[in-house]
Design a binder for this molecule. Sequence first.
Ligand code: CU
Ligand code: ZN
Length: 207
Amino acid sequence: MIIRWQYSFMLALLIGFTVGCESQSNTAIRQQAQLEAEQSLKQAAAEMEMVTAQVGQVAVAVMTATAGNKTAGTVTFTQGADGIAVEATIRGLTPGDHAIHIHQFGDLRLDNGKGTGGHYNPQGHDHALPSTEMRHAGDLGNLTADADGNASYSITINNVTLDGAHNPIIGRGVIIHAKVDDGGQPTGNAGARVSQGVIGYSQPSDG
Ligand code: CU
Ligand code: ZN
């Protein structure tokens, strides 16, 4: 597990640092270094606890069709140790690829999906497909509908948190578009918004 490894690494650093400083026979420097190392250890432990507490937490966006469309389904977001697993199960699409994004607002009051604003982009990156690390936090790529209009899509992402300090997604919107996200600027040329939902807290998946 990555976090545990980091913790061990910090411990090794602390020991190494302490031993290394002995040769300088400077008590003040050594004590300062020890203090800083201990603070780093405490911080690492606190971060580990925080991530552990969130593992297994689930959020869900219930997707409903915008005006004139039939696209609906669910998108779940499950916090794992290595990121958030996004799983979309959608029906009522035209066959082929359709963009799926997290949008800025969880506001469904407009029946054309535009109340959700633009792509969720708290870090000010350019739009891109998920193969590009530096992208809008909401860029989830494309799902592919079969001949019957059904799509199942899974992707694991590390650029957001459910409700943590880093790019929280709870309460924001999810949009599925009429067309494919081609990765172009500014938003992938994905066309109309055919389905919209809000990311909310879910009952646990095993509950
Ligand atoms: Cu979108
Ligand atoms: Zn985008």
